[in-house]
Write a protein that binds this ligand. Sequence first.
Ligand SMILES: N[C@@H](CCC(=O)N[C@@H](CS)C(=O)NCC(=O)O)C(=O)O
Length: 232
Amino acid sequence: MIDLHYAPTPNGWKISIMLEELRLPYNVIPVNIRAGEQFKPEFLAISPNNRIPAIVDREPADGGEPFSVFETGAILIYLAEKTGRFLPGDMRGRSKVIQWMMWQMSGLGPMLGQHGHFALYAAEKIPYAITRYRDEAARLYGVLDRQLQKTGAYVAGDEYSIADIACFPWTMTHKAQGFTLDDYPGVKRWYATVRARPQVQAGLAIGKFVKEPFDEEARKNMFGQAAKELRS
Ligand SMILES: N[C@@H](CCC(=O)N[C@@H](CS)C(=O)NCC(=O)O)C(=O)O
């Protein structure tokens, strides 16, 4: 059994989708990040970066003690290796999937996250920051579009993989962030294909429970973090 410490956000959905794709049994443990639950000592013990999601595998492959994993890229690789799915075994195929997943982890996710922050959430609208992240997000959508037009199928080639599972939830924010997929036909085709997967729909349905308002308390918990607070 796997414990999924989770909130329904793009990073959370990567792992609920993966677990649904794998049909692995899992328990969802809600972490209300708007209420600051990501700072509880028991959560920090498995996710020292105070971010969701994280997993605890109660039946790790080595038969040892329960094993915890944080960071979505690391979780996706861990689960792919545990089950032998969504990460090819051959050197070239495996490297391509990991390259695109790392691209998502270091580029698409953080830049769309920052664009969302400055364009949608920040109380003060700073034109330079909004333009900077919007341009970078548009550039990354362009990179993804060229790749998907080239493969004609999935992000890293002919097969659906953890690269698709990493990228898809972030592209779901396109409308809210003011992008239209009509500008990116390769992304548009792929987006419809991935979204139609029943396992993706099942993963997205997990945890529609956390609907707390985005109020001053949430703003403080999520945007007021500083290193000194985490030390106490
Ligand atoms: N690089 C991390 C990012 C995780 C992340 O940013 N999670 C957000 C939700 S999408 C979170 O937990 N935010 C809580 C906070 O900001 O304290 C990963 O891929 O796991």
